[in-house]
Every structure is written in structure tokens, then in C-alpha cells.
Design a protein. Structure first.
Length: 190
């Protein structure tokens, strides 16, 4: 009663990261300008938000809809190893279209091939922008930068530790919440 009178409640915590990037505002504004241009001039400018995520054989525990009562949904695991697979995806910020590729690994050469594929989707676009995070030694690798330059793609780097500025992160969160949490495919990995 005392805590209730003080308006103190028992609450679940949430992740929080503050971006330490000294150029946070500048980088944020450049990414936003690219998104605005793609929406304003869709016939000439295409902007994608690119990111990777992993999913695992073993289901993760999370909330789901389930009949009322004492039974709980089970995260049924297999006795096999908890291997993972990677998804490289790009969200067109004007249309909502998602282009993606899956692989065991998403390294420099995989990203270079993906950038070439993105450019081929828009041969008539005057400007193709790709907004991405600062995955150290991969997104800023010289081969990735050279491929982008050859394809006429402008890479726009987000501030460090600022995933909330990348709209494809919402798709990854939805995939985890609605598909990957408590999935029942650990025995059928393929």
C-alpha cells in the first residue's frame, strides 16, 4: 500500500543504449534527408535501409497468444546444436518493399553482391542510397565502398549504436515476436 500511495509500480525494464557518436545529429539528418528525397522524388531517388539479423534453430522464449489457464506455451528445443542462419535485408523507405538474401554468413563479398542486385532493380534511378549501420570492418570495408561507388550507390552511415534510426529493425523485431519466438521448427531446420 505504501508503494502504491507513492505511485511506484513494479515494471519490466527495457534495453536502452545512448549513441556516443559525436556526429549523431549530422548523420541522423543526412539519413532523414535521403528518406525524404526518396518519398518526394520516387521516379529518380531510391533509398534503402539495410541491415542483417540472425535466427537460430532453437526457439527463443517470448510472449504469444495462448488459451487461458495454467498451461503455458513451450519452446520445444531439439537435442541438436543451436546453429544459426543470417538474413541480409533492405527496406525501400518509399514503397515498403523488402529485398533480402539468406546465407550462413553475410560477409564483405556477400554484401557487395547484394549491393549490385539492389542497383539492378533500379536501372533508371538517378540516385540510389543505402542507409546502414557501422558494422566494423564489414560495412565500411574498402571492397564494399568500392562496389557502391562502381554501382553509383551512396552509402549513408548511421550514428554508432543507434538502431532506432533504421526502419528495417522494426521488421526484424516483428519477425522475432511473431515467428521466431516459440517457433516449432527446431527439428525441421531446413
Amino acid at each position: 500500500r505504501f508503494l502504491r500511495a507513492l505511485k511506484i509500480r513494479y515494471k519490466r525494464g527495457r534495453d536502452h543504449v545512448h549513441s556516443p557518436d559525436p556526429d549523431y545529429i549530422t548523420k541522423r539528418d543526412i539519413a532523414q534527408a535521403a528518406r525524404d528525397d526518396a518519398r518526394r522524388y520516387p521516379q529518380w531517388v531510391v533509398t534503402y535501409a539495410l541491415d542483417e539479423f540472425s535466427f537460430y534453430r532453437q526457439p527463443t522464449i517470448g510472449q504469444t497468444w495462448y488459451p487461458a489457464g495454467h498451461d503455458q506455451p513451450l519452446a520445444r528445443s531439439t537435442h541438436r546444436g543451436n546453429v544459426y542462419h543470417r538474413v541480409l535485408g533492405a527496406l525501400n523507405v518509399a514503397t515498403g518493399q523488402v529485398v533480402f538474401r539468406m546465407a550462413c554468413r553475410t560477409g564483405v563479398s556477400f554484401i557487395c553482391r547484394f549491393l549490385r542486385q539492389l542497383r539492378k532493380l533500379h536501372p533508371k534511378a538517378k540516385e540510389v542510397n543505402v542507409i546502414l549501420d557501422n558494422w566494423y570492418r564489414v560495412h565500411d570495408h574498402p571492397d564494399v565502398q568500392e562496389t557502391a561507388q562502381q554501382e553509383g550507390i551512396t552509402l549513408i552511415y548511421l550514428p554508432t549504436y543507434a538502431p532506432w534510426l533504421n526502419p528495417i529493425e522494426k521488421l526484424w523485431r516483428k519477425a522475432h515476436q511473431e515467428v521466431l519466438h516459440l517457433h516449432r521448427y527446431s527439428e525441421r531446420w531446413t
